[in-house]
Write a protein that binds this ligand. Sequence first.
Ligand code: ATP
Length: 253
Amino acid sequence: MGNIAADPSHPRYQSLLLRHRLEQAEKQGMLAGSAMIAHGRGEAFDYLLGEQTINSARVATNHALAALRGAKRPVLSLNGNVAALAGRETLLLAEMLQCPVEINIFYRTPQRMKALLEHLGKIKLDEGIDVTILGAAPNARIPGLEGPRAKCTKEGILESDVIFVPLEDGDRCEALVAMGKTVIVVDLNPLSRSAKMASITIVDELTRVMENMLAMMSSPIEDLASNSYDNEAVLDEALHHVATKFTQTSNEA
Ligand code: ATP
């Protein structure tokens, strides 16, 4: 696997590269036991989407970025998969937005937190990125959630007005929306609870989203009327895209 992931000419290079990043992260103790399952579910949906950024995802990404750029207190939240797949890009985006990132993991253990802090701290140092990383010392709770997954920081997630939480689970997404925040998720499954609950859902693969966002950051802020954004339509378009692809494929057969 290591060799294949290092060969860009392999037709599945990108997919193998992401798997390899997760394997490495697993060895470093950054991931929960279910991380690979979550990734596999994402891969299946990405296959159906044609492993591309579809038009509605680009629209959602544009609105997400406009919301983050217009926020008073934006925050980018990372779990283990996000840190492993796109830790560098998330830190770079936070630096551009001049906002903190917060490590916020579903299955919180001191060992995982330590591994994640070390991983992100190394990227920060290697790349000279100036960003505050929150989450090591939670001092607040997300109302409506039980147990360790409710933990967060006051200066990060709790007091944020716009929160970017890629690959979030449905429950926590719902709790964040209930707090009145603009919640932006990235989820390849347009039918997931998070996708349906979020204010803005980007139905696209995380690493593509981060690349798109970083590229869009160098363009002037677009004047997007927030009332023109319709998340349900974005989800419908993703489902329609998959269904149309199926119809085309079966007609061709
Ligand atoms: P929900 O509670 O929202 O219904 P779930 O239980 O279906 O979520 P989880 O296991 O919490 O899903 O999280 C995995 C989700 O993240 C899946 O919907 C999957 O499609 C998506 N996903 C996994 N990897 C990626 C990725 N790299 N980019 C975008 N989405 C991804």
